[in-house]
Write a protein that binds this ligand. Sequence first.
Ligand SMILES: [Zn+2]
Length: 430
Amino acid sequence: MATKIRIHFQGDPRVFVARSWRIPPTPDHPDEFEFKPIPAHIDLLSVPRGRNVFANREGDRKAQALELDWIKSWGIDADVDSCEWNLIYATARASRPDGRRFCLRLIANIDEDFDQDSKRYRSFCRLVKDAMFHSTELNDSQVAGWLVPIHYGMWTMNTRDWGGKIFVSITQGCGVSWNELSYTNMNTRANRLLVARTYEALHDYGFEHGSMWSDNPFRHAIINIHAPGLTLADRLNGKAPCYIVDFSEARAHHRCKRKIPLLPLDTYIPPATMGCQEIADALLHLGFIQSSKQRTGIFKTTPALEAVQWHDRYTSEHPDLRNFKVMMAQRAKLYPEFLPVHPTFLMEFADEGLHARVEVDDTIPDSESDDESESDDDTQSDDGTQSDDESEVLEPELVPLPDSPSPEADSMDVLNHNSQPSDPDDPVSV
Ligand SMILES: [Zn+2]
């Protein structure tokens, strides 16, 4: 597995050499954290000019393009740090003919007064926790590369007078955040349903994302509107691949007990009856269900309550069926006009009845929940939102900072771009 990768920001004359950084073992994980190797034929990641280097501003978290020179003072300029633009994103591409996209998340100047009480340090801890979760739970699961990006590990590069020592998390490039797309013509019903199906599928595979209670929770839903072969109609109609990213707050072994689908039901129902807190929050945030404040009139039978009642009866008649099969049956029986969450799974009903037993030709690895009461114990307010008392702050001692590279390694970290073998097919090299 390669331990070095070259990174080039178009417009800068230098090429930086990033080195693989090993996450220190933890008491829960004494073995080395393993990651997927970057394919051996890729040795240069190029960041094109334009809006490919950006940070999410505070508040609405919209992406703001950054000038490369700004990175020089990142983290050592108090004004910049106070803006909370502490995490820099860059979209990189491998040279052609491969051309695949990578997502780089960077924290610059980590050797300059890297205060462990700073927001940047908390961002660093989140990057490490995200990487750990990918390493231990996601990278070898069926969802890697399909519902979640492949993670290629943590890297450091010494850029000297440009951005000092920079931390880099490298993952598969997945596209554009729903937080951005929601302000564009891509904010279609079909794409909102695409995001919803992706969360439901993730839950069926046993993963709770854990950030639904935060501001702009769907910034973690990424749609690859640039995927090859897509027409504009495809992009508008929910046909692009969708991924969920940032698993720093995630939990594995989630046994989803949701009783209603993530569909536009447009009625109020008490969150406690939905069976899964995160799905209940997602329903509210996607505008698929009314909040208690929107609730009008007398509580009576509604589409949402109908779904719960159907689920209760179905599971009493077929208690051995796992919930993902129950939810597949529910969608087919009650909401057949919507696309399935698992379109490649074939299902067959025993008869035409509304509660007929379903047979599914495929399965999902079962995961034993760590906490059987997980759905019931979550702090929950009446409007379905969750208390944000849980701190985002990670224990500072969780992650030791990387050692400084050796002097000879230092001297290798910045290369003149002109000294590198040229690649005439590279669309972004200078
Ligand atoms: Zn769930």
